[in-house]
Write a protein that binds this ligand. Structure first.
Ligand code: 13P
Ligand code: SF4
Length: 303
């Protein structure tokens, strides 16, 4: 099918189903282009909670669709490719978190939103990369804090706030591909460029960054900064928006290797199929949803 025909069919079905298409900033360019809303994990959660559509087609990874289902149980949440998971989220299970909690009775659990609904059900409060500082500052000063699953985001927030965390040993396999040498090489070629990085990057990469931000924060920074050249240390999908929204500026990926294969699983063909068959539905079971909702709502309320 031709691209234009595909886009028109998606548009027609979307109206028929009263559906909204949400896409994460790491999605393929053509998927971002047809989305009604593109954003970071926090923006997507807030939009999923607010929309009055009957159907949400979630172009992202599994935990994001689950979060939409937690916040909007009355809506049908669809994923065009049900196998699009987040390897970092899969690095901790609910059983493992329960064991950790037993080892630290009384500690509060702060979970990055990149976790399964079952893990969220064992959590006191969630955070995303854009609100993690605010969330930590909202916690009682003397509380012991367990942070799961991303040790790099955890380390960044813990250093910024001066709060020690009991840390899980998870990480993002895509962001760890970005190395300090990649940035140094780019800097040598473009000495006037500023460096922005996602907090899932390693501390050696973050030490070279002028700003450490969520994907949406990176988009905002690019618009507002006087810099004409920006080296981007995160998944390469974000370059689509950066280039579209800032035609007068030049963006360099720290490395083209930083591609999340799961984020790229969603294609336009799968979006059309998903709307046509109303599949694959992601529905968090009520008992898990009720427990997880508190942790997600506490986060949304703070922001
Ligand atoms: P953001 O919330 O910054 O978009 O990040 C989500 C993610 O999965 C980063 O790898
Ligand atoms: Fe998960 Fe990393 Fe992919 Fe984000 S980029 S979805 S954290 S694997």
């Amino acid at each position: 099918m031709q691209h234009q025909e595909l886009v028109e069919k998606i548009d027609r079905l979307k109206k028929e189903r009263n559906a909204v298409i949400l896409a994460h900033n790491y999605q393929r360019d053509e998927v971002q282009a047809i989305a009604d809303f593109t954003g970071d994990s926090l923006g997507l959660s807030i939009t999923a909670a607010k929309t009055d559509a009957d159907v949400i087609v979630f172009c992202g990874v599994h935990f994001m669709a689950e979060t939409a289902s937690i916040l909007s149980p009355q809506k049908k949440v669809l994923m065009p490719d049900i196998d699009a998971g987040c390897p970092m989220a899969n690095m901790i299970t609910a059983d493992e978190l329960r064991t950790l909690k037993k080892e630290h009775p009384g500690a509060l659990v702060l979970a990055y939103v990149n976790t399964s609904a079952e893990v969220k059900a064992e959590t006191d409060i969630c955070c995303t990369s854009s609100n993690a500082l605010k969330v930590v500052e909202s916690l009682p000063k003397d509380a012991e804090i367990i942070f799961v699953p991303d040790k790099y985001l955890g380390n960044f927030i813990s250093t910024k706030t001066g709060r020690p965390f009991i840390m899980w040993n998870g990480y993002c396999p895509t962001h760890v591909k970005i190395r300090a040498e990649d940035i140094e090489r780019r800097k040598a070629d473009h000495p006037d460029a500023v460096v922005v990085a996602h907090p899932e990057c390693t501390p050696t990469v973050l030490a070279l960054a002028d700003a450490v931000l969520s994907t949406e924060g990176i988009c905002r920074y690019a618009k507002n900064s006087p810099a004409r050249e920006i080296i981007v240390c995160t998944e390469v999908g974000v370059l689509y928006r950066l280039r579209n929204e800032n035609p007068g500026k030049t963006f360099y990926p720290a490395t083209e290797q930083a591609t999340c294969p799961n984020m790229k699983k969603t294609t336009l063909e799968k979006v059309l199929w998903s709307l046509d068959r109303m599949q694959h539905e992601v529905k968090v079971p009520d008992d898990i949803r009720e427990k997880a909702l508190g942790a997600v709502n506490r986060m949304v309320d703070i922001t």
